[in-house]
Design a binder for this molecule. Structure first.
Ligand SMILES: NC(=O)c1ccc[n+]([C@@H]2O[C@H](COP(=O)([O-])OP(=O)(O)OC[C@H]3O[C@@H](n4cnc5c(N)ncnc54)[C@H](OP(=O)(O)O)[C@@H]3O)[C@@H](O)[C@H]2O)c1
Length: 362
């Protein structure tokens, strides 16, 4: 046996005897070297595992889920930010096991099962054997759900949490409208609002009606065959628009009470920055948002927001509690292996799988 391999295997044995886990300095990852279709994704076996900063945690991935942001980033969405940083690793969501912790991490320990999500602008994503997240982006995984089920939840649920709890500050007895309740964020929003005692109405496709009602929505309107405005009665305290089309924005705003909150997931910051560059696009987006906020406050007496996912450790703990109690579920439609990331992206792009797709990382 060559000397290097002998030394490395001796080190592994010593680490194992001392109760330490052997962590390689490189690992397998799905890398995006350039923007394009699913065919640009490359499985590489020698990707560096970064050194941990004090508040960071190295997670050995068991499952990672695919979000619309992943397929959009792959196609070039956010190129003004990510273009200069290529090659990058896609993926926000993860469920796995703590492999190592930075010097200041107190709440998590090696060997613990965890789940969580990275911020939308993170460059080293989760489609890898090992991912690095900060301590506040992770929580203990509920023991009652599998890694695949857990990986489907955090990014979507934290986005819904940001809108409903941080922005609209929903409370029991309020009426919420979720435009597009059949997707992962919509289902999370329904379940988080029902958990605090809100009355939820939603729009979704025919195939999602059973799910949204099981999630606790009181009223589900099929947007493909029914007249949403004719069907929805009364006024709402908050509207979460996961679609963000001009038509859904108009409907959502007209259905709000004075003082209510309209929140869309389709903020224009990244697309304007992509079109005009960061220096022009970001101030332009801010100006457009401020103008809309001012106009809708004046014309309808409502608060208008672009919602973006953000880490929230308190939110993630509550999400974990609800998921553990069976009160927050995102159905997983199909599981691929990490090495099949291309096929999984193709399935999402071609709408062959309507619901959540997860990559198993074993
Ligand atoms: N701003 C942020 O930080 C942020 C974070 C997360 C997601 N997002 C964005 O939010 C959107 C939803 O994300 P997701 O993870 O929930 O996606 P998803 O799980 O893929 O769900 C999308 C769902 O939207 C539904 N839909 C499409 N058109 C509709 C319409 N006109 N009316 C009602 N429902 C409609 C479809 O449901 P049916 O099957 O019922 O037709 C589809 O399943 C995506 O565009 C994503 O990029 C933004």
């Amino acid at each position: 046996m060559p000397l290097r391999r002998t030394l490395s295997s001796a080190t592994s044995v010593l680490k194992a005897k001392l109760g330490l886990r052997y962590i390689s300095t490189t690992c397998r990852a799905v890398v995006l070297p350039r923007f394009g279709g699913p065919e640009v994704l490359e499985v590489r076996h020698n990707v560096e595992v970064p050194e941990l900063k004090p508040r960071e945690v190295l997670v050995r991935a068991c499952a990672v889920s695919i979000n619309p942001l992943d397929t959009r980033m792959r196609s070039g969405y956010g190129r003004s930010i990510f273009g200069p940083l290529l090659p990058l690793i896609l993926g926000r969501d993860i469920s796995g096991e703590v492999a190592a912790t930075g010097a200041s991490v107190r709440s998590l320990s090696v060997g613990q099962e965890v789940f969580g999500a990275l911020h939308p602008t993170a460059v080293r994503g989760t489609y890898a054997d090992y991912a690095v997240l900060s301590e506040d982006e992770l929580a203990p995984k509920p023991a009652s759900i599998t890694h695949e089920e857990a990986s489907a939840i955090p990014f979507a649920a934290l986005t819904a949490w940001r809108a409903l709890k941080s922005t609209a500050q929903i409370t029991g007895g309020e009426r919420l409208l979720v435009l597009g309740g059949g997707g992962a964020v919509g289902l999370s929003a329904i379940q988080l609002s029902v958990a605090v005692g809100c009355h939820v109405s939603t729009t979704c496709g025919k195939q999602s009606i059973e799910w949204v009602l099981a999630a606790g929505a009181k009223e589900a309107i099929d947007y493909t065959s029914e007249d949403i405005e004719a069907k929805l009665k009364g006024e709402f305290d908050a509207v979460l628009d996961t679609i963000g089309a001009p038509e859904t924005e108009r409907i959502g705003i007209n259905l709000l009470k004075r003082g209510g909150h309209y929140m869309t997931l389709q903020g224009e910051t990244a697309s304007l920055a992509d079109r005009y560059g960061l220096a022009v696009g970001i101030p332009m987006a801010t100006a457009i948002l401020l103008k809309k906020q001012f106009e809708y406050r004046y014309s309808h007496g409502i608060e208008y927001w672009w919602t973006y996912m953000r880490a929230d450790s308190e939110g993630l703990e509550e999400i974990a509690r609800l998921a553990g109690a069976g009160k927050l579920k995102i159905p997983v439609d199909k599981i691929f292996l990490l090495s099949q990331a291309r096929e999984a992206h193709e399935a999402k792009d071609r709408r062959l799988v309507p619901g959540k797709v997860v990559l198993n990382v074993d």
